[in-house]
Design a protein around this ligand. Structure first.
Ligand code: F6P
Length: 341
């Protein structure tokens, strides 16, 4: 049995831990052979296939990024995408794929599985927005990085008695903003699921100044003002139709400064949230996902995604997991209302 492994979409800490555990268990326990497809679906389209064995996964558990490379290539947008992937798999005698990705990469996997390609999905993303799994690996690391940044910003904000706006990642969902904002004691948390009222934000900022504290505003990059347009620096779309976000933090700082008459600055955390070594939790979850994904391959249980539900790793139909994006529940957000303002 020969298994191909690929990592697609935005990278996240823990990808290498999955690759390692898939290969370790697959080789040692099941006698499988492995190859890597470089740069996500791009490698599958271009036939860019590399050897993957135990020696190539040695030492990668704590390493961020992905040894296989990644891209946002959507093969379904390429002419003859399916045929080219089938040719690559046939040329390298690959019987099945382990596809490690977020909503886009797994969405493609869902379609390819319908078209008869044997594959198992593993959910990843710092955004934590894949349905069916309580959490994705990468999220815990990103929340840790964002929380540390907020802790640091508190002290400089207080020294200058100014507002600090922290823009975190989260295109369609505010999981990072909510978790890091709560953990870091932010006074305002703005998420894409809930368009915000800029007047209310400024009131919350002012009430903080009144008691001699410097406000910290955490905003997800996909958050939007009520009845407003998304604030975009760059209108270009990737192959999955996503715009490149970033700009809401700067816009907020300008509005807050203008409306409150007090200084405001922005810190955009950006890709720092995705880089570097995975947290112990993410290494543990990624390792478990890898072990269970290779078990699914061994069982010939294709078209599924491994997922964490409570403490168990389960298998779900990929189509179910990729049908919707996992959003922050309004009642969860409301739990923290007492801390806002
Ligand atoms: O999908 C994960 C993510 O980190 C999002 O939070 C963010 O909007 C996007 O990727 C950034 O994409 P890129 O790395 O392509 O700029």
């Amino acid at each position: 049995m020969k298994v191909g492994v690929l990592t697609g979409g935005g990278d996240c800490p823990g990808l290498n831990a999955v690759i390692r555990s898939v290969v370790r268990k697959g080789v040692q326990q099941y006698g499988f052979e492995f190859v890597g497809l470089r740069d996500g679906w791009l490698g599958a389209l271009q036939g860019n296939v590399v050897p993957l064995d135990i020696s190539s996964v040695r030492g990668i558990l704590p390493r961020g990024g992905t040894i296989l490379g990644s891209s946002r290539t959507n093969p379904l947008k390429h002419e003859d995408g399916l045929r080219r992937i089938q040719e690559t798999l046939a040329a390298h005698e690959v019987d099945a794929l382990v596809v490690i990705g977020g909503e886009d990469t797994l969405g493609v996997a869902t379609e390819l599985s319908r078209q008869g390609i044997n594959l198992v999905g593993v959910p990843k993303t710092i955004d934590n927005d894949v349905s069916g799994t309580d959490v994705t690996f990468g999220f815990n690391t990103a929340v840790g990085i964002a929380t540390e940044a907020i802790d640091r910003l508190h002290t400089t904000a207080e020294s200058h008695m100014r507002t600090l706006v922290v823009e975190v990642m989260g295109r369609h969902s505010g999981w990072i903003a909510l978790h890091a904002g709560v953990a870091g004691g932010a006074n305002v948390i703005l998420i894409p699921e809930r368009p915000f009222d800029i007047d209310q934000v400024c009131e919350q900022v002012k009430s903080r100044f009144k008691i001699n504290y410097a406000p910290i505003v955490v905003v997800a990059e996909g958050a939007v003002p009520q009845e407003g347009q998304m604030i975009l620096k760059d209108q270009t779309l990737d192959e999955f139709g996503h715009v490149r976000l970033s700009g809401i933090g700067e816009w907020l700082a300008q509005e807050i400064a203008q409306r409150t008459g007090k200084d405001a600055r922005t810190t955009v955390l950006g890709h720092i949230q995705r880089g570097g070594t995975p947290s112990p939790f993410d290494r543990w979850l990624a390792t478990r996902f890898g072990l269970h994904a290779v078990d699914a391959v061994k069982d010939g249980d294709y078209g599924v995604m491994v997922a964490l539900q409570a403490t168990q790793i389960v298998r779900l139909p990929l189509a179910e997991a990729t049908a919707t994006t996992k959003k922050v529940d309004p009642s969860l957000y409301d739990e923290f209302e007492v801390f806002f303002g």
